[in-house]
Design a protein around this ligand. Structure first.
Ligand code: AMP
Ligand code: ZN
Length: 136
């Protein structure tokens, strides 16, 4: 399979890897939104959230906290966004699951936000009832 993140994990393609173990790898984003923007990926090719084992997700979540704390305590980065895109409509471009850690400083002009559409509240009663009935 032709996948840039698989190639990075296996060291076939260059990257600034900052952490790697048997299950996950973290490396700097090549087109960073800010200094220190990094991605955490599973070492095996999982396409997206629908495809990643829970144990891997847990490891990625733990590592994201550890890096966030390191950034805060050692690199004076007090704020960051942690985000993750699934599917083309959600902005996913590389179809190997990855979590973004994006360091933020005040007034850095990075835009991640949406315009609220309060009309969706009209559907909340029905949607909540459906989810409560069918989700287990
Ligand atoms: P997404 O839109 O969530 O799929 O994000 C994909 C991310 O991968 C983008 O932020 C890209 O800048 C990043 N990216 C693409 N190619 C590389 C690469 N070779 N090394 C590191 N990051 C990359
Ligand atoms: Zn891959």
């Amino acid at each position: 399979m032709d996948c840039i993140f698989c190639d990075i994990v296996s060291h076939k393609s260059p990257a600034w890897i900052i952490y790697q173990d048997n299950d996950i790898t973290a490396f700097f984003d090549y087109f960073p939104a800010s200094k220190g923007h990094l991605l955490i990926v599973p070492n095996i090719h999982n396409s997206d959230i629908y495809d990643v084992p829970d144990t891997t997700l847990q490891k990625i979540a733990s590592l994201s906290k550890k890096i966030a704390l390191f950034y805060k305590e050692h690199l004076d980065i007090p704020a960051l966004n942690i985000l993750q895109n699934n599917g083309q409509a959600a902005g996913q471009v590389v179809f190997h699951y990855h979590m973004h850690l994006i360091p933020r400083i005040p007034w850095d002009n990075i835009t991640l936000w949406w315009t609220p559409d309060e009309s969706h509240r009209d559907s909340y009663d029905e949607l909540r009832d459906y989810i409560q009935k069918n989700f287990s």
